[in-house]
Design a protein around this ligand. Structure first.
Ligand code: FE2
Length: 306
């Protein structure tokens, strides 16, 4: 796949410093308003914006030929582009997100050693406690996994990202969501329709379900208002999840064990009917704010004033 990585994002929020402090606590390494993961390097920038939204998304490709192809595809859709042989930039007008496609080295991650587990008839861990309960250090996300954005014209946004940039469709929920990828992750971007554009959530990979739980529990200490939804397991993408709310109202997700699509021929994209099952396999009831954010009325009012 010539697109190989969702390299980085820039998000806009009205309250930059407060939001920066949150993401440092979340486990990202802070340098000013730029944040790094342990495997993916600098992957998040936070800038000021009147409403919370995705400002920029950077996608890595292997070769300048890939940049040319993406440029041609975007131009074919009538999208204005800027660039040079190593990168192309275009604005997706409906979501308001700028997309940068540039030549970047591939991200390689060292495998994390699998810890022995016990099951019926298979006792791989004998005479010892599970290592997952003995961990004490802070949870450090490995990489940026995906971004979910709301767009007033989901069809047009989907055309831009799929036919223009070259994302592949992994699964869809009819009329509600397109799960699309620019790497072997099941999804790197999810587009959902809404009256106004906003950033729904960003998602960050951790080692396993214990890290999902440990990370979220640490964030909730003294801050119960941060809790949104978790612990659970998604049906589409299969990942364990726990969603928290940042001070700007964006959700941030710890995830582990997401489906990986390494051979397009072996994956059958699904078209799922809207239902709770499409949202999750198990977990607590879906909070209303997952479907319609609490600040939707404010977001709509400020979009009218612009
Ligand atoms: Fe997610």
């Amino acid at each position: 796949m010539p697109l190989h990585q969702q390299a980085s994002i820039t998000i806009g929020v009205p309250n930059v410093e407060e939001t920066c402090r949150y993401y440092a606590e979340f486990g990202l390494t802070r340098r000013g308003a730029t944040f790094s993961t342990t495997d993916g390097g600098e992957q998040l920038r936070i800038v000021e914006s009147p409403t919370r939204r995705l400002i920029e998304l950077c996608v890595g490709v292997d070769h300048p030929d890939d940049v040319v192809r993406v440029s041609d595809q975007l131009s074919g859709l009538g999208v204005a582009i800027e660039g040079d042989p190593s990168r192309v930039t275009a604005l997706e007008v409906h979501s308001g997100a700028r997309v940068v496609v540039r030549v970047l080295p591939r991200l390689t991650q060292q495998p994390v050693a699998t810890e022995p587990t016990n099951g019926p008839g298979s006792t791989h861990r004998r005479n010892g406690r599970a290592p997952g309960i003995l961990r004490r250090g802070p949870v450090r996300p490995r990489k940026l996994g995906h971004v979910v954005i709301a767009t007033p014209d989901a069809e047009a946004s989907r055309r831009f990202f799929v036919d223009g940039v070259g994302f592949k469709v992994s699964d869809e929920v009819r009329g509600l969501a397109s799960f699309i990828r620019c790497s072997t992750d099941h999804h790197n971007l999810l587009l959902q329709p809404a009256p106004v554009p906003f950033l729904h959530h960003t998602s960050w990979q951790v080692d396993d379900v214990d890290e999902v739980g440990r990370g979220a529990m640490t964030m909730l200490e003294g801050h119960p208002e941060r809790h949104v939804w978790g612990l659970g397991r998604h049906f589409i993408g299969s990942n364990f999840f726990w969603y928290l709310r940042d001070p700007a109202g964006n959700f941030s997700e710890y995830y582990s064990d997401m489906d990986s699509i390494t051979d397009d021929q072996l994956w059958s994209p699904g078209m799922w009917e809207p239902s709770l099952r499409a949202l999750y396999s198990w977990g607590p009831d879906v909070p209303p704010s997952m479907l319609d954010p609490d600040d939707l009325a404010d977001l709509m009012a400020s979009s009218h004033h612009r």
